[in-house]
Design a protein around this ligand. Structure first.
Ligand SMILES: [Zn+2]
Length: 274
């Protein structure tokens, strides 16, 4: 599943191709993805110039004066910029044809074999309901240990589930929460309300470090992710905990534990993480 670093990598790859380009036409090969594609996408987007490509949580927004197209890659979605005559395959559901800046016409193609992705519409000056109530960006200024400490008081849920709650902080997926808690030495099983302010400071730092590191390397291990230039976007990360249940802890050598928390596989060292 594309995580925040893949989505941010996609945004950075797309922005130079899209910003300033004009939408010539929108071709929807099916009426829905995870949700129906609203008529505004086909009606309002053509003729508009894309002013900016933004990211909020794992959503990408193509901003125009008429509103914003809101894209989510779901489990297996990818976006590529291709020559306009590139033949479409079975899973190429949406083409947004772009004319721009004197060059040949190109197409922004949304491919999604499993169709858990979405293409929605946000009118100008409004916030789409899916974006309302989201917590701060983990790489933004509003996110720090004090924020986590204050939001967690009285919470009995495991700190891992707390950190994956999108109302607390967005985009910290299973891989990154496992790595950040391992690096911070905090057990994923500990009740969120029983983690100190100081330790939340460390957790916040580690979340930022692991996400920024993955973005710098251009995304993580993803079979389905294709970067905008068509090259596979995955990068073999050096992960300390995630995916290593039963292997020796890289710090103390004892076997890493594995369990299911909040329906997700969790790996940690019972000796190093308290
Ligand atoms: Zn250990």
């Amino acid at each position: 599943m594309p995580e925040l670093p893949e989505v941010e990598t996609t945004r950075r790859g797309l922005a130079p191709h899209l910003e300033g380009a004009r939408v010539e036409r929108v071709l929807l090969r099916r009426p829905d993805l995870r949700w129906p594609i609203p008529p505004e996408v086909g009606e309002r987007l053509p003729g508009q110039r894309i002013d900016a490509v933004r990211r909020r949580a794992k959503y990408l927004l193509l901003d125009t004066a008429a509103g914003s197209a809101l894209l989510h890659l779901g489990m297996s979605g990818s976006l590529r910029v291709l020559p306009v005559d590139t033949p479409a395959g079975l899973h190429d559901h949406v083409d947004i044809a772009l004319a721009g800046r004197g060059g040949p016409m190109r197409v922004l193609r949304f491919t999604d074999p499993r169709r858990f992705g979405s293409l929605l519409w946000q009118p100008p000056g409004e916030l789409h309901p899916l974006l309302a109530g989201l917590g701060p960006e983990p790489l933004g200024e509003a996110f720090d240990g004090d924020h986590l400490f204050e939001r967690s008081r009285g919470r009995r849920a495991p700190v891992k589930a707390f950190l994956m709650d999108q109302r607390v902080v967005v985009g910290v997926g299973n891989i990154y929460v496992a790595e950040a808690l391992f690096a911070a030495g905090v057990s994923p099983l500990r009740a969120a309300g029983r983690v100190s302010r100081e330790r939340y400071g460390r957790i916040a730092e580690e979340i930022r470090r692991v996400l920024a590191g993955a973005i710098d390397r251009g995304g993580t291990t993803l079979r389905d992710f294709i970067s905008p230039d068509g090259a596979p976007g995955y990068f073999e990360q050096e992960l300390s905990a995630y995916g290593r249940g039963g292997e020796p802890c890289p710090r103390c050598g004892r076997p890493l534990r594995q369990a299911t928390i909040a329906q997700r596989t969790t790996v940690w060292c019972a000796a190093c993480q308290r």
